[in-house]
Design a protein around this ligand. Structure first.
Ligand code: 2AM
Length: 208
C-alpha cells in the first residue's frame, strides 16, 4: 500500500513590529474586557495574512520558497499602520479583526505577485477579493452590538491620545511599521494551542 505524503498547513503573512503589536494587543484587551465570550489570540500569533496555502505536501517547500522569493524580489518595501476594528460573521460566532489605515500600492502589488507565483506552482488563487485584516479574536459573542463597541473604542482611542486628559487610559501611540519581508508560516497545534512558526523570509526588493 502506498503511504500518503506528509502534509503541513501553510500560509504567508506580514509580521508586526513591537510597537504595532503592542498597539494591537492593547485594542485586543479592550475588546476582551467588553465581549461576552471569545478566543483572543496570543500576542505572538498576530499577523497580516496574505496567502492561505492550506494543507500542503511537505516536499513542496522548496518550490514555494523559490516562488515567494521571486515574487517578493520584484516588490518594494513599504509601511503599514493599524486602522479601525471590524468583524466577520463565522457561523454562529464572530471573528474580530483590525484593519489598516491605508492600503499601500506596494501591498496590493505584493499580494498579486505572491498569488500569481503560487498559482503558477499549483496553489489556486483566492476567489474572494483581498481584504487585508489582522484577526485578533475568534468565536466571539457579544452582549452589546459590535457597532456600539466600535464607536466607544474609537472615542476612547482618540481621548487616550489627548494629553489634556492624562487620567484616561493611555493608548500606545499609533505605530507606522516598516515591512521588508513576506514570511512563510507553518500553522500547527500543540496541546490544543495554535502555533505559527516562520519557515522562510522572502525579502522585498531583493533583486539579485
Ligand atoms: P483569518 O484570520 O481570516 O481566519 C492562519 O490560520 C491564517 O490563515 C489566518 O490568518 C487565517 O485567516 C488564514 N486562513 C485560515 N483558514 C483559511 C481559509 N480556509 N481560507 C483563507 N484563509 C484562511
Amino acid at each position: 500500500m502506498q503511504s500518503r505524503p506528509e502534509t503541513i498547513r501553510l500560509f504567508t503573512a506580514i509580521e508586526l513590529n513591537d510597537a504595532a503589536r503592542q498597539q494591537l494587543v492593547c485594542a485586543s484587551h479592550w475588546f476582551e474586557a467588553r465581549v461576552a465570550a471569545g478566543r483572543f489570540m496570543p500576542p505572538e500569533n498576530l499577523h497580516l495574512t496574505l496567502n492561505f496555502l492550506g494543507e500542503t505536501a511537505a516536499d513542496r517547500i522548496s518550490d514555494i520558497q523559490a516562488a515567494l522569493a521571486a515574487a517578493a524580489s520584484g516588490c518594494q518595501p513599504f509601511s503599514l499602520e493599524l486602522g479601525e476594528p471590524g468583524c466577520f460573521p463565522r457561523g454562529h460566532n464572530t471573528l474580530l479583526w483590525m484593519g489598516l489605515k491605508q492600503m499601500p500600492q506596494e501591498l496590493v502589488k505584493l499580494y498579486h505577485a505572491s498569488e500569481k507565483a503560487l498559482a503558477a506552482i499549483g496553489f489556486p488563487a483566492e476567489k474572494r477579493r483581498y481584504s487585508p485584516h489582522l484577526t485578533f479574536a475568534r468565536s466571539v459573542s457579544f452582549s452589546r452590538p459590535f457597532w456600539e463597541l466600535k464607536a466607544e473604542y474609537l472615542r476612547e482611542l482618540a481621548a487616550g491620545k489627548d494629553l489634556q486628559a492624562p487620567e484616561r487610559q493611555t493608548w500606545p501611540a499609533a505605530a507606522v511599521w516598516p515591512v521588508a519581508e513576506l514570511v512563510l508560516f507553518l500553522s500547527s497545534r500543540l496541546c490544543g494551542c495554535q502555533i505559527y512558526t516562520p519557515l522562510f523570509r522572502a525579502k522585498l526588493g531583493d533583486i539579485v
